[in-house]
Design a protein around this ligand. Structure first.
Ligand code: C2E
Ligand code: MG
Ligand code: MG
Length: 281
């Protein structure tokens, strides 16, 4: 026999293994945090919803990005416990905002793995009850990948969530299998247009983006709320406003921030920056 050894593969496999072992303890050690990124109404640039994004502050490696550790958490099944923690924490934060008379909804990303045992709706309603908030304060973001399993279990789970009164968003729309049948099969409220399409709106394309136009037209005829992700430039924001996107989200407005920093950002935003950006339009 003959075996091929590549040091780089072995290094990345070793990193994966050691990260997975550390992830196992990250929750108990309090190394996970939520950052929050605003989704603003296109009409007046007021915050409507805030998306919770998971962060892992690793004691030795520093900040590990979710794109690296969430796939590990999914493979190992740890995502179920982590997902429960995210839900509880995000709902508790929504309750704090409510107590402070801030009416922001909170959006939580949910992995397909969290569907598998059929208890997601129960877990979500438990998190809502523990925090004492209404289901209408919560939106769940699923990717197309989470819905691809064409099982009655997934359909039932989404319907049960919808019955609770939770909003359902399809995240990264257009990057996965993009089967239009999802839009028929699932009671989706919101389409999040992936930032790949938003990136197409740039000066070199003459500020054109036919796919964004097409997605917007489809969403409008289905009465879906649209959120454009990854808005980084004035050109993109002006284009999206002209096309009637319901909400915008991106670094042009704010990066994901810890809750306390988001409050500081917001007080500046309402006093100065929102006016500057809308005024410049
Ligand atoms: P996502 O849900 O599509 O989140 C949007 C990602 O785009 C975030 O990356 C955000 O920081 C980034 N982003 C926002 N605005 C801009 C922009 O203007 N430009 C650019 N270049 N990027 C922008 P992040 O926080 O690294 O999260 C990556 C992905 O990890 C998320 O994509 C989501 O799929 C997943 N994720 C994050 N938190 C959770 C969680 O609690 N549970 C699960 N299951 N997945 C999560
Ligand atoms: Mg998301
Ligand atoms: Mg997305």
């Amino acid at each position: 026999g003959c075996e091929l050894f590549m040091a780089s593969i072995s290094r990345s496999a070793a990193r994966k293994l050691s990260l997975e072992a550390d992830l196992n303890r990250a929750l108990d050690r309090g190394e996970l945090r939520l950052h929050y990124q605003p989704r603003l109404a296109t009409q007046d640039l007021q915050v409507e919803t805030v998306e919770a994004l998971l962060r892992w502050q690793h004691p030795q490696r520093g900040m590990v990005p979710p794109d690296e550790f969430i796939p590990l958490a999914e493979q190992s099944g740890l995502i179920v416990g982590i997902g429960d923690w995210v839900l509880a924490e995000a709902c508790a934060q929504a309750a704090r905002w409510r107590a402070a008379r801030v009416g922001w909804k909170v959006a939580v990303n949910v992995s397909g793995v969290q569907f598998r045992d059929g208890t997601l709706a129960t877990r979500v309603s438990r998190a809502l009850a523990a925090a004492g908030i209404e289901a209408s304060s919560l939106e769940l973001e699923f990717t197309e990948g989470a819905l691809i399993e064409n099982s009655s279990r997934v359909t039932q789970a989404v319907s049960a969530l919808k019955e609770l009164g939770v909003n359902i968003a399809l995240d990264d729309f257009g990057t996965g299998y993009s089967s239009l049948s999802y839009l028929r099969r699932f009671p989706i409220d919101t389409l999040k247009i992936d930032r790949m399409f938003v990136r197409d709106i740039n000066a070199t394309s003459g500020g054109q983006a036919p796919l964004v136009d097409a997605i917007m037209a489809m969403a409008r005829s289905l009465s879906l709320t649209t959120v454009a992700e990854g808005v980084e430039t004035d050109l993109q924001w002006h284009f999206l406003r002209a096309r009637g996107a319901s909400q915008v989200q991106g670094f042009l407005f704010s990066r994901p921030l810890p809750a306390e920093e988001l409050a500081l950002w917001h007080s500046q935003w309402i006093h100065a920056d929102a006016g500057r950006i809308t005024g410049a339009a």
